[in-house]
Design a protein. Structure first.
Length: 598
């Protein structure tokens, strides 16, 4: 029997071994020190997108001509991001860390049948690293997803038998084994499908995990349907109920006692579901009743009340199938095959209703596909008057983002005509904004930092949910390359406490003193003006705004962005040479603003 090599000896040798970079040496030592007792172990497979993120920071740029804007001032702003989802959710880690209430994703199932692309190549069933690639792919995204979830947040993940077992273990590792809420089974088809050698598979799974152990202590309920309520056919001043017979002769442990009926007759040695004390209390409150039976005697009944909060959701979902998803595609886009294997809008709607009583939620789907999650979100809002907001992320492979995801939800908002000629009114109380991912170098030169702040404007609008740009700030007409001002409504600044939000972005620190002076004369209706200001370090120029400190909230950029990204970005590779010196700073023009008014 071979002697086991002492790990500490190997680590000592690695520390002195020549020809290794510090990163390589650190990785090898880290592998040696790993000692996993339980859980998944897989071969980590680098992604091209991950390598790109080692050198670049992702930002989002709005495609203005694709914006669909509602005339309703309170319309929720939904967001569609075209780009690799790892890059997009990295950007969202700055705008939405801890802010997402519900995530629903329908990732590739890794069937080996051209459904999972890794580094621009399909992963087929013969790939010996097939499962490792999928786990590497999913683990990176789920770790960021956890950071995006709010403390009460929940994630739903659709999957089938190809990766269900691995996904369960991965989610146990990422979210915690005690954080699983449910392991739902969805019956996706009913009958037919004789395509299996052994057993026909009619179902898929939906795994649900929560962010915190203490989250979502309230019961998950769903509204009653008419069929369910038929049994509750009686009603009194306490609500709807049905009668349940209290006598249970077949009980294994019957409770036996005598009961005196209203006519004086006695039920001798009756076998009952409840104790004598509970029975007597029920008689006093009216929850226990005597009902005449067909023999002229009395049957003892208990009133079973319909729970006010709704019925418990069941772990097996049978009321919606993949045919419904195909019908959704045909009805809205006129083509059942517009997207392969979409999820039914009703199925996603049911999931989005589960976790909270609130109708004001932020929802994310970063495997957006055909855009079902946004369609479901808008339909729910229309049905219950909610103000849910949805963020979709998908790539544009085969023009999916533009021609399916975007086009579908554009029609849902604006209205459409079905292939059968039926006109469907649009859900016009929704706005949809379209973004693409872009990149700024991670090198922290002065130029790159300024470029990042300038490019981050769309990120800041998403973060603050503020999109209405104003040409003027107080008496000044702003130059967009120097400063930009956003406000949540067109009402004035003169003392109106109407729930407005205000955001000012200062790209050149030379403007600060003049802006601080102008703020003295402005009234923001009791709200704080959020000021994002370029700073080479972390200092947001607090002293300059000291006299208006009660009116402003200051954030130094790009430090705030770097801090958020640092939590999720892959480590950079070690450079052989030091970075070149920072570029020469450009001089600020003498005329800070375009002009002054009265």
């Amino acid at each position: 029997m071979k002697n086991l090599i002492d790990k500490s000896e190997l680590i000592s040798k690695l520390q002195t071994l020549e020809g290794l970079s510090n990163d390589e040496r650190s990785s090898l030592i880290g592998l040696l020190r790993e000692h996993k007792k339980y859980g998944l172990v897989w071969e980590d497979k680098p992604e091209d997108v991950e390598e790109r993120l080692r050198e670049s920071l992702p930002v989002l740029r709005e495609v203005k001509d694709k914006a669909i804007l509602s005339d309703e001032p309170d319309a929720p702003n939904h967001i569609l991001i075209e780009g690799d989802n790892l890059e997009a959710i990295t950007a969202l880690s700055y705008t939405h860390e801890g802010k997402i209430d519900v995530i629903y994703i329908d990732p590739p199932y890794n069937t080996g049948n051209k459904d999972f692309v890794y580094n621009d190549s399909f992963v087929d069933s013969e790939d010996s690293y097939r499962h490792s690639k999928w786990l590497s792919f999913m683990s990176k995204r789920l770790k960021i997803a956890k950071k995006l979830l709010s403390d009460k947040g929940v994630i739903f993940i659709s999957i089938d038998d190809n990766e269900q077992a691995q996904l369960k273990l991965l989610c146990d590792e990422v979210f915690g084994r005690n954080q699983e809420v449910a392991h739902l089974i969805w019956q996706k088809r009913k009958g037919g499908g004789n395509d299996s050698v052994f057993v026909g598979t009619d179902h898929e799974y939906i795994l649900a995990y929560k962010k915190r152990t203490e989250a979502n202590e309230a019961k998950w309920r769903v509204p009653y349907d008419a069929e369910y309520l038929k049994r509750y056919k009686f009603e009194d001043n306490r609500g709807r109920y049905y009668y349940d017979t209290l006598s249970r002769p077949g009980l294994n442990n019957p409770i036996i006692y005598d009961v005196v009926c209203p006519d004086g007759s006695i039920i001798k040695d009756g076998t009952w579901q409840i104790s004598k004390e509970t029975f007597d209390e029920g008689l006093k409150t009216g929850e226990v009743d005597f009902v005449r039976n067909k023999n002229g005697g009395f049957t003892v009944m208990r009133k079973v009340r319909v729970p006010e909060e709704g019925k418990v959701f069941r772990s097996i979902i049978t009321n919606v199938s993949n045919k419904d998803a195909a019908d959704d595609m045909e009805r809205v886009l006129g083509n059942k095959k517009a997207f392969s294997n979409p999820k039914p809008q009703v199925l996603v709607s049911q999931l989005l209703e589960l976790p909270f009583n609130s109708k004001d939620l932020t929802i994310l789907d970063f495997f957006a596909g055909s855009g079902t999650t946004l369609h479901a979100t808008m339909q729910l809002n229309a049905e219950d008057g909610g103000h849910r907001q949805c963020i979709l992320v998908t790539n544009n492979e085969n023009n999916i983002c533009e021609e399916v995801t975007y086009e579908r939800n554009k029609r849902v908002i604006q209205g459409y005509t079905t292939p059968k000629g039926q006109k469907v009114e649009g859900l016009k109380q929704n706005s949809l904004r379209y973004y693409k991912t872009d990149f700024i170098s991670r090198d922290r030169t002065q130029k790159n930092m300024r470029d990042l702040v300038a490019a981050a404007t769309d990120l800041l609008c998403i973060k603050e949910d503020l999109y209405e740009e104003q040409e003027t700030f107080g008496r000044f007409k702003l130059k967009p390359q120097l400063a930009r001002y956003f406000r949540s409504s067109s009402a004035g600044l003169q003392g109106k406490n109407d729930g407005q939000k205000h955001m000012l972005i200062i790209y050149r620190e030379e403007l600060i003193d003049e802006i601080a002076e102008e703020i003295k004369h402005l009234d923001f209706g009791g709200k704080c003006l959020k000021i994002y200001v370029f700073s080479p370090g972390r200092y947001p120029f607090t002293d300059n705004f000291r006299e208006v400190a009660d009116k402003v909230e200051l954030v130094a950029l790009p430090a705030a962005i770097y801090d958020a990204y640092q939590k999720v970005l892959p480590k950079r590779k070690e450079k052989l040479f030091a970075e070149a010196s920072e570029e020469q700073e450009t001089k600020i023009p003498a005329d800070l603003f375009e002009g002054q008014g009265v």
